[in-house]
Design a binder for this molecule. Structure first.
Ligand code: AMP
Ligand code: MG
Length: 532
C-alpha cells in the first residue's frame, strides 16, 4: 500500500481523525480475530484487491467532501476506494462494538467488514467519516471473510442515496467499486454456495457510532472508557449540548430518543423496512445505517418483513419498527446507566421517544392525507379505517397515496379508475369492500372540506411527502441482474431517478410501476437474507 505514488487531489483532503486521536486504541497491530478489551478500535489496513473497477459514485456526496467529478473518474479514486491505496492523512481502523441481535445479547461484534479511513473536515468545517465496507478482514471479523458481494453493495449504494433524497436521515454512499475478485456466498444458507463478484462501498456519515459501541463497554464494566466515549460523542457529534456532565448525559440521551423517533416516523412514511434492527445497527445520530436485507412495502402490510432470517418471529416487521426502536433505546439507556446511577431520569428521557414518535406519526399521517394538521377527534378513526382497507385488498402503498392526491373535491372522480393502478389483485375487490371504501372516501372528503384548501394546494403538499419513486425491491434486483452481466447503466439510471423521488418524471414512469407478478416470489425481490 502506497500513499506517495501519483499525487492526487484526494491527497489534499483535510483529515483530522479525531476518533483515533482522542480515544484509546488496541495496542496489538497484528490482524487476527480476538476479543479487544479496554479499547475503542484497532488499526487495520484494507486488503488490496486484484482489479478495481468503478461502478458508480454519488456526485452529491463527492461534493460534500470537496471532491470534483473529474477526481471521481480518476484511476486514483478507483484505487483508493477499493482499498488499494491510502490518500495522505488516512489512518484506517476498525471499531469495537457489541449488540443485541434479534433480542439476545451477542457480545463483541465490531467492524467485521468495515474499515474507517478517517474523518475529513470539508471546506465548510463539516466532519465526514469515510468507511469502506467489504475491504477485508479485521480483528472483529469473527468467522466471516470481511468481504461484500456486488448485489448487497448495489443495494446499499442505491438505497443510501435514495433515502437521502427522500429526506430520511441516513448514512451516505460515495462510491461503489468492483474488486475483480470472487466471493463465495450461500445466499439462503441452504447449502448452495456460489461465487459472486466482490464489491466495496465507501460509506460517509458524520460518524458511524452505534448503540452497540456503548453497550460493549457497559457489558465489560469498562466504565471509565464508557464515560470517555460518551464524552467524546457529545463533544464531537452533539457539540450544541455543551460540556459533558450528568445532566448533559440525560439531555444527550433525550436527543438520541428524539432523533430515533424522527427516523422511524420517516421509515413508516415512505414504507421502508430495515430488516435487521439489532442494537448494533442503530446509529447514535438517528441515521438509517447498515442496509442489508431491507425492503420497501409494496402492498401495504404491517406484518411484512423482507428478511427470511426473521421469517418466523417477524421481529423486524414494518409495523413493529416503532416498538423495536423503543426497545433498542432501552438497551442504550441500560448501557449508560452506570454514568447516571438513577433509573428514574433515564426512564423519563426514554419517554421522550414515545411522545416524539406519537406526535411525529400523527402529523406525518396528517401530511400524507393532506390535512392542515392532525385532529384527534376525527383523524384517528379515519386513519385506522384507511389502514384496514389498504390491507383488505392488496394495495400498493406508494401508488395509493399519489392517486389519493389526485382526488378532486367538487367533481365526482371515477373512483374505480383512480385507484385501479394501485391494486395488485383487482379480483379481490368485493361489493362490500367497494361500499366500505366509498364510505371512507366520503368521510375523507368531508374532512378535507373542514380545512377548505384548494385541490391544487393540497395535492402539492401531499406529493411533497408521498414519494412517487422509491427503490422498489424488484427495481434494485433488475439493476443487480444487469450489473452482474457487466452493465451498470441501470444503477446509474436509478440513482438519477431517485434524486427527485417526489417529482413527476414523465419519461421515467416505468420506475413508478407496481411490482410485476414475476417478482412476487423471486429471491432478491421479496425474500432476502443476511448473507451479503
Ligand atoms: P450485520 O448483521 O450485517 O449488521 O452484521 C453483524 C455483525 O457481523 C457485524 O459485526 C458485522 O461487521 C459482521 N459481519 C457481517 N458480515 C460480515 C463479513 N462478511 N465478514 C466479517 N464480518 C461480517
Ligand atoms: Mg451491522
Amino acid at each position: 500500500m502506497n500513499s506517495q505514488a501519483c499525487p492526487s487531489s484526494l491527497d489534499q483532503l483535510n483529515f483530522d481523525n479525531r476518533f483515533v486521536h482522542e480515544l484509546p486504541g488496541d495496542p496489538v497491530t497484528r490482524n487476527y480475530c480476538r476479543q479487544i478489551k479496554m479499547a475503542c478500535y484497532s488499526r487495520v489496513l484494507p486488503t488490496p484487491v486484484l482489479e478495481p473497477k468503478l461502478v458508480g459514485y454519488s456526485r452529491e456526496v463527492a461534493a460534500l467532501l470537496d471532491i470534483t467529478e473529474e477526481t471521481c473518474n480518476s484511476e486514483t479514486f478507483e484505487q483508493i476506494f477499493a482499498g488499494n491505496r491510502l490518500a495522505t492523512g488516512m489512518d484506517p481502523y476498525a471499531t469495537c462494538y457489541g449488540g443485541h441481535q434479534f433480542g439476545h445479547w451477542a457480545g463483541q461484534l465490531g467492524d467485521g467488514r468495515a474499515i474507517n479511513l478517517g474523518e475529513v473536515i470539508n471546506n465548510h468545517g463539516q466532519r465526514w467519516a469515510l468507511q469502506l465496507k467489504g475491504a477485508g478482514l479485521t480483528p472483529y471479523s469473527r468467522n466471516a471473510d470481511g468481504l461484500a458481494v456486488l448485489r448487497s453493495s448495489v443495494r446499499e449504494f442505491l438505497c443510501s442515496e435514495a433515502m437521502f433524497h427522500l429526506g430520511v436521515p441516513t448514512t451516505r454512499a460515495l462510491s461503489l467499486v468492483l474488486t475483480g475478485e470472487e466471493v463465495i456466498r450461500d445466499m439462503f444458507y441452504n447449502g448452495n454456495p456460489k461465487a459472486e463478484p466482490g464489491a466495496i462501498v465507501c460509506r460517509v456519515a458524520p460518524s458511524f457510532t452505534r448503540f452497540g459501541h456503548f453497550q460493549i463497554l457497559a457489558a465489560r464494566r469498562e466504565i471509565d472508557l464508557l464515560r470517555k466515549l460518551v464524552d467524546y460523542t457529545i463533544r464531537t457529534d452533539f457539540p450544541h449540548l455543551g460540556e459533558p456532565s450528568s445532566q448533559v448525559y440525560l439531555t444527550w440521551f433525550e436527543e438520541v430518543c428524539r432523533r430515533t423517533a424522527e427516523m422511524i416516523v420517516d421509515w413508516q412514511r415512505v414504507g421502508f423496512v430495515h430488516g435487521v434492527m439489532n442494537t448494533d445497527n442503530m446509529s447514535i445520530l438517528g441515521l438509517t445505517i447498515d442496509y442489508g436485507p431491507y425492503g420497501w412495502l409494496e402492498n401495504y402490510d404491517p406484518d411484512w418483513t423482507p428478511n427470511t432470517t426473521d421469517k418466523v418471529d417477524r421481529r423486524y416487521r414494518f409495523g413493529y419498527q416503532p416498538q423495536i426502536a423503543y426497545w433498542n433505546l432501552g438497551q442504550l439507556g441500560n448501557a449508560i446507566y452506570p454514568l447516571i446511577g438513577e433509573v428514574e431520569p433515564l426512564q423519563q428521557a426514554l419517554a421522550v421517544y414515545s411522545v416524539a414518535f406519537e406526535q411525529g406519526w400523527q402529523s406525518m399521517m396528517a401530511d400524507k392525507l393532506g390535512f392542515e394538521s392532525f385532529n384527534l377527534a376525527t383523524d384517528d378513526d379515519l386513519i385506522t379505517e384507511l389502514l384496514t382497507l389498504l390491507q383488505l385488498v392488496e394495495t400498493d402503498m406508494t401508488l395509493f397515496y399519489r392517486q389519493l392526491a389526485k382526488l378532486e373535491m367538487a367533481k365526482s372522480n371515477d373512483i374505480e379508475a383512480l385507484f385501479l393502478s394501485a391494486y395488485y389483485v383487482p379480483e379481490q375487490i368485493t361489493r362490500e369492500y367497494q361500499a366500505r371504501f366509498e364510505i371512507w372516501l366520503d368521510r375523507y372528503l368531508k374532512r378535507l372540506a373542514q380545512d377548505g384548501k384548494p385541490d391544487a394546494v393540497r395535492r402539492a403538499k401531499m406529493n411533497a411527502v408521498n414519494p412517487k419513486y422509491v427503490l422498489r425491491n424488484y427495481l434494485a434486483q433488475l439493476a443487480i441482474d444487469k450489473a452482474e452481466q457487466g452493465d451498470f447503466s441501470m444503477i446509474n439510471e436509478l440513482l438519477d431517478v431517485l434524486r427527485h423521488p417526489y417529482d413527476e418524471q414523465p419519461d421515467k414512469e416505468i420506475f413508478a410501476a407496481k411490482r410485476p407478478d414475476w417478482a412476487r416470489q423471486r429471491p432478491g425481490c421479496s425474500m432476502l437474507s443476511c448473507s451479503s
